[in-house]
Design a protein around this ligand. Structure first.
Ligand code: ADP
Length: 263
């Protein structure tokens, strides 16, 4: 009788090996597709503001410059397009630096309540235009120590609060809460805007993902804000999550190390 066990084992090994290789190939293909799609997206997003600015400037050159009203309006529009382009390039740079690991996290102890107040101050004009106020769950006094990269967390708060204002309702409010959880600090940014539908909710952290593209674009976004937020929080070895209720509002939550006891 021939012992077929070694053969069977060899066969199994080959099968396992082949399956693993196939998975690796699938993974590489996915990555390659992702790259292609990303490049196409970037090119498209860059072209849009360039095209717009070009259009306004050429119309001016072709004679519109003689009418003062038209001239001012078109120059303003061209400038806005270029501002949008600038923001987009800045966001792309941040994303790529985060991904290549060129940015080292610089941990320090800072007052995140004060940082949040400063961020809101910078966005005050936008907030005032919609009469949106900032509230803290623990009032406006006292320090809340966090231990993280203060610049990067400033960017996270800027992106989240900017969204809360952009997509929030008029006369609304942005509630920022800080809660202690063992050795962690739980940060939540909550708006009382229209909310995000479940089908979109799971995709909003993707690069360039926007709900109702044209409407979001009117509000001057790059579609990269939340992708950057996710990256920064993950670089802090943490996670960001989102919950939303239609007609009630949206809440973004993440954990940071507490600053107490740190230098
Ligand atoms: P954008 O630059 O377009 O704001 P983001 O990555 O910051 O890009 O957000 C992605 C999309 O998620 C936005 O275009 C918007 O449709 C939606 N979104 C983000 N934050 C909120 C929010 N607080 N309320 C409702 N929709 C939001």
């Amino acid at each position: 009788v021939i012992d077929t066990n070694p053969l069977r084992r060899l066969n199994e090994e080959i099968f396992t090996y082949a399956t693993k290789k196939q998975q690796e190939i699938d993974e590489l293909k996915k990555l390659e597709n992702f790259r292609k799609e990303f490049l196409a997206n970037v090119s498209h997003e860059l072209k849009t503001p360039i095209f717009a600015a070009q259009g306004f400037i050429h119309t001016l050159i072709d004679g519109a410059v003689d009418d003062k009203n038209v001239r001012d309006k078109f120059l303003d529009k061209a400038a806005r397009s270029l501002d949008g382009l600038d923001a987009l390039v800045q966001d792309l740079l941040t994303l790529s630096q985060m991904e290549t690991g060129d940015i080292k996290m610089r941990y320090e102890k800072f007052d995140i309540r004060q940082l949040t107040a400063e961020v809101f101050e910078q966005l005050e004009e936008k907030a005032d235009a919609k009469r949106i106020r900032l509230r803290f769950n623990k009032g406006n006094q006292g320090t809340v120590w966090a231990y993280a990269d203060v610049q990067r967390i400033g960017q996270v708060m800027t992106n989240l609060i900017d969204n809360a204002i952009k997509y929030g309702r008029e006369d609304g409010r942005v509630l920022v809460s800080f809660d202690s959880e063992k050795d962690h600090l739980l940060v939540a940014v909550k708006d009382d805007g229209p909310g995000i539908e479940p089908e979109h909710l799971k995709r909003i952290f993707e690069r360039f993902y926007r709900i109702e593209k044209s409407r979001s674009k009117d509000k001057g976004g790059t579609g990269l804000g939340l992708a950057i937020v996710k990256h920064i929080i993950e670089a802090h070895r943490s996670k960001v999550s989102v919950t939303s209720k239609m007609g009630k509002g949206t809440t973004f939550i993440f954990k940071l190390d507490k600053g107490e006891g740190k230098n």
